[in-house]
Design a protein around this ligand. Structure first.
Ligand code: URA
Length: 256
């Protein structure tokens, strides 16, 4: 059974170390600087953070720029670092199979990571590295405006669903809460972003990282089952979009 849970929004405030409003610099970008995914990609390419100094290729994220679903993993690994693309190793192959199991292809969704360069030796990204990448990720969320964010693994779940139970309890559940794209960078940005869904909120589904399923058959089966939640949430968001467009149509008709 899928459980849909509504929670109070967590604080997704600007990370520690990020410049306060009005004091941003190229090294300390805020997401409001980016007008396109290409601009985000260029900034990631030019990034000189500690992780980027060690990478072979940056891994910007890829997929449908208008995707309904954004999948957010942890960090590029060995293969991703070589190719400059997310999820191209064994975990990526499993991810492709999972997407196919719900009738989706890579080109239907947008896939990105919490950090955009490989941590040396595949270690966990450090808090300051997660903070340094956040403006780029936030900009991707704003620009793609997904209806559903799927967190893959610990770091991604920790950012978007920090106050929920552990992944072992909440995997495969859907949550609805504040859209991180609505988080303001400066007073001038105090406009709700169009990414906001039906009631100004964003859908989330937290999943185990696909790599975890490569080592344990039991987890693999759990992840396959949990992927069905994505399909169910998509049915809901499409119904919500339909209702919203009908409300908009009525408003337009009553004005004219
Ligand atoms: N694991 C991740 O979290 N991201 C990738 O891009 C590849 C493996």
């Amino acid at each position: 059974m899928v459980s849909f849970t509504s929670l109070d929004p967590p604080s997704l405030s600007a990370p520690a170390g990020q410049a306060p409003a009005g004091e941003e610099s190229a090294a300390n970008p805020t997401s409001s600087h980016f007008e396109s995914l290409e601009a985000v990609a260029k900034a990631i390419e030019a990034c000189t953070c500690s992780l980027c100094k060690e990478r072979t290729k940056p891994v910007m994220g890829e997929g449908n720029p208008e995707a309904e679903v954004m999948l957010i993993g942890e960090a590029p690994g060995f293969n991703e670092d070589k190719q400059g693309r997310p999820f191209v190793g064994a975990a990526g192959q499993f991810l492709d199979e999972l997407l196919a199991s719900i009738g989706l292809k890579r080109t239907d969704v947008f896939i990105t990571n919490m950090v955009h360069a490989r941590p040396p030796g595949n270690r966990d990204p450090l808090p300051e590295e997660l903070d340094a990448s956040w403006p780029y990720l936030k900009a991707q969320i704003e620009l793609v405006a997904p209806k559903l964010i799927v967190t893959l693994g610990r770091h991604s779940k920790g950012k978007f669903l920090p106050d929920t139970d552990s992944i072992s309890r909440i995997h495969g559940q859907a949550f609805k809460r504040k859209n991180p794209a609505d988080e303001v960078d400066s007073p001038a940005d105090r406009q709700p972003h169009s990414a906001s869904g039906f009631d100004g909120a964003q859908w989330y589904v937290a999943l185990y990282h696909p790599a975890a399923g490569l080592h344990k058959q039991e987890l693999k089966e759990t992840i396959i089952k949990d992927f069905q939640t994505i399909k169910k949430v998509l049915t809901v968001v499409r119904a919500e979009s339909l209702v919203l467009s009908q409300i908009e149509n009525r408003k337009t008709q009553s004005v004219s």
